[in-house]
Design a protein around this ligand. Structure first.
Ligand SMILES: Cc1ncc(COP(=O)(O)O)c(C=O)c1O
Length: 384
């Protein structure tokens, strides 16, 4: 088989997309997007209430097989509020992974809590149940008032595993461990709408699941996010807090707790309702793209596609490759970006950033390895 260099790979990727400049991920609007958005303009229901918000929340609950969904202004605020609702308070700790987008750690910091970083699995790029268990066995103790970190004396108030790039982490095993240690889970499923593990949807495993509908996600509302939960009272509490926590009254402004202005506008919900109608098409389109990359990458040395474990249905959000060395990764990034094909390295590990450098962490064996080797390839959905 003829081998391709990275400049030739860039040309082949341009052919896959039929474009001379290939972005990393852009949305595809081919359904009812304009119609639904225009409805909100015509009805003047563009803000924090409206029929598209109601429709969106029932569709999200249905897709994720949960009892409630709460539409919010973005995934970061959804994470922040979900952590608050499951009981995270200032000065407490939240276990998460260092290999994640900054928003996961920021949302913990917004609650004045401390992130603690455990390692990821090499294949899923999400939290490793083995690393979580080892951390808890070494550092945690259960007391009547909660589970505490013996080293810091702080309460471990929540655990936030991430489904990186839409790949399901071993969330079933993480749920079992957290149950044993009495720690609620907020599932960062920001990138994973439409993914599932053993037919159980991303977002439905934890006490709360969080999604992002930012412009680069599999479906988008421009900016947006949501919380899903099987605990209707908690979901209602999140909705209440996201809408300034105004007490129910026909016309008076009464507040008894500090709320937020985190509600998704109906205008954005309209766009997302139309996008959700396309979710299965978008997944299918991305699956075909992945198959095209499989053929293409057979001709490239030193670069291998990451594939999800067998018992998962991956939404194929962002195609991810692992390079055989950092030098190969750097060469791939350089050549593709120089040739008009946008590729990106994975995020820097959170404890490599100044805000989180003093956080407790384990050895990060897999995360450190992946940080140097991963590249995301252009993954936009293509037209029918
Ligand atoms: C893993 C992860 N968590 C959280 C977020 C935050 O979502 P948003 O950008 O909608 O605030 C994102 C997305 O951008 C993400 O990828």
């Amino acid at each position: 088989m003829t081998r391709l260099d990275f400049a030739e790979l860039s040309a082949a990727i341009k052919q896959l997309f039929g474009q001379d400049q290939v972005p990393l991920h852009v949305p595809l609007f081919q359904g009812n997007e304009k119609k639904y958005v225009n409805d909100t303009l015509d009805s003047q229901q563009i803000s924090s209430t409206g029929s598209y918000l109601d429709q969106l929340e029932s569709s999200l609950a249905e897709i994720t097989q949960t009892s409630s969904a709460v539409a919010m202004v973005n995934g970061t605020s959804a994470l922040q509020l979900a952590l608050q609702v499951v009981g995270v308070k200032g000065g407490e700790e939240v276990i998460t992974q260092a290999l994640t987008f900054i928003a996961t750690a920021n949302a913990i910091a917004y609650n004045q809590a401390y992130p603690v970083f455990v390692d990821v699995d090499a294949d899923t790029m999400g939290m490793s149940p083995r690393a979580l268990k080892a951390f808890l066995e070494e550092f945690a103790e259960i007391k009547p008032s909660g589970t505490y970190n013996k080293l810091t004396g702080r309460r471990i108030a929540a655990c936030v595993p991430v489904h990186s790039f839409g790949f399901m982490c071993r969330i079933d095993e993480i749920v079992a461990i957290c149950q044993e240690w009495n720690i609620p889970i907020v599932e960062d499923a920001a990138e994973a709408l439409g993914s599932s593990l053993n037919n159980k949807p991303a977002g439905s495993f934890g006490s709360m699941g969080v999604f992002s509908f930012n412009g680069n996600k599999i479906v988008t509302s421009g900016g947006g996010g949501a919380i899903v939960s099987n605990n209707t009272a908690d979901a209602d509490k999140a909705r209440f807090l996201s809408m300034t926590a105004r007490d129910s009254h026909a016309f008076e402004y009464n507040y008894s707790v500090t709320g937020y202005n985190f509600r998704m506008p109906n205008f954005n919900a309209a766009l997302l309702c139309a996008q959700l109608e396309q979710l299965e098409f978008l997944k299918e389109s991305k699956k075909k793209l992945y198959a095209d990359y499989q053929s293409l990458l057979q001709k490239i040395d030193g670069v291998e596609l990451i594939a999800p474990p067998n018992n998962t249905d991956w939404n194929h959000w962002l195609v991810t490759v692992k390079c055989e060395s950092k030098a190969v990764r750097d060469a791939l990034l350089q050549a593709t970006n120089e040739n008009g094909v946008v590729t990106r390295p994975v995020w820097k590990l959170m404890h490599h950033l100044p805000m989180f450098e003093n956080c407790q962490k384990d050895g990060q064996h897999n995360a450190r390895h992946l940080e140097e080797l991963i590249v995301n390839l252009p993954s936009s959905p293509r037209k029918a």
